[in-house]
Design a protein around this ligand. Structure first.
Ligand code: SAM
Length: 220
């Protein structure tokens, strides 16, 4: 993804109370220390400008949400949204998801969302895909037993790869579709991301899977 530099975004992100600094300090105690409750924790990895996770958090006040984003220049847009319309159950972390196991303890989350993740089309970059076995293994360690990943993309090559990679990594596919917006069951309650609006507007069908790590946890 090509990124526009937003002057001042690095500093604004560093100064925002919505962004958790030194997030590894809260490993194992996100609900208690950050949200001061026992509610379930859900994470969006690669949240971009945050449209999806802010809508989810507004609709589900009894669930805690963390949005993870690598770049300040996009994260700043999510911060601006939440500063304008505060949501006590949503916080952000600026980090690379490679380090997710340093930040969340085993079984700490019950759901992870991956929306329009970067496809990394070259074979030699396959390990960087968020739906690769390497990332799925990291995610399985922080998801509770029976936890799920929900993944959406318009990139058919990435989706086909992901449909093969998940079972090979020991995950079970609970549901999948190659055309989410025309699948009444899977589309029920769907919240569109920025990229989803853009690409479905161009006529691209949206693919989605939901996978569980239940079987995978037995290997831990
Ligand atoms: N999820 C948003 C949507 O659907 O509109 C944004 C999609 S954009 C194509 C992918 C986002 O994931 C980018 O903002 C990128 O910086 C972020 N990202 C990619 N790899 C990441 C990683 N390893 N850790 C954290 N963020 C990542």
């Amino acid at each position: 993804m090509r990124l526009k530099n937003v002057p001042g975004s690095r500093q604004a992100v560093a100064e925002s109370n919505l962004v958790i600094k030194d997030p590894d300090r809260y490993k194992g105690s996100w609900a208690k220390e950050i949200f001061e409750n026992d509610n379930p924790l859900r994470i969006e990895v690669g949240m971009g400008k945050g449209q999806f996770i802010t809508c989810l958090a507004a609709a589900n006040p009894d669930i805690n949400y963390i949005g993870i984003e690598k770049y300040s220049s996009v994260l700043i847009r999510a911060i601006e949204k939440v500063e304008a319309d505060p949501l006590p159950n949503l916080r952000f972390i600026r980090m690379d998801a490679e380090d997710i196991e340093d930040v969340f303890a085993a079984d700490e989350a019950d759901r992870i969302y991956l929306n329009f993740s970067d496809p990394w089309p070259k074979d030699r970059h396959a390990k960087r895909r968020l739906t690769s076995e390497r990332f799925l293994t990291r995610f399985s360690h922080i998801l509770r037993d029976g936890g799920v990943i929900e993944f959406k993309t318009d990139n058919r090559e990435l989706f086909d790869y992901s449909l093969i990679e998940a079972p090979a990594a020991g995950w079970t596919i609970l549901a999948s579709t190659f055309d989410l917006h025309n699948d009444d069951k899977m589309n029920e309650g769907n919240i569109m991301t920025e990229y989803e609006e853009k690409f479905s507007g161009l006529g691209h069908p949206i693919c989605k899977y939901i996978i569980t790590c239940k079987d995978r946890k037995q290997d831990k």
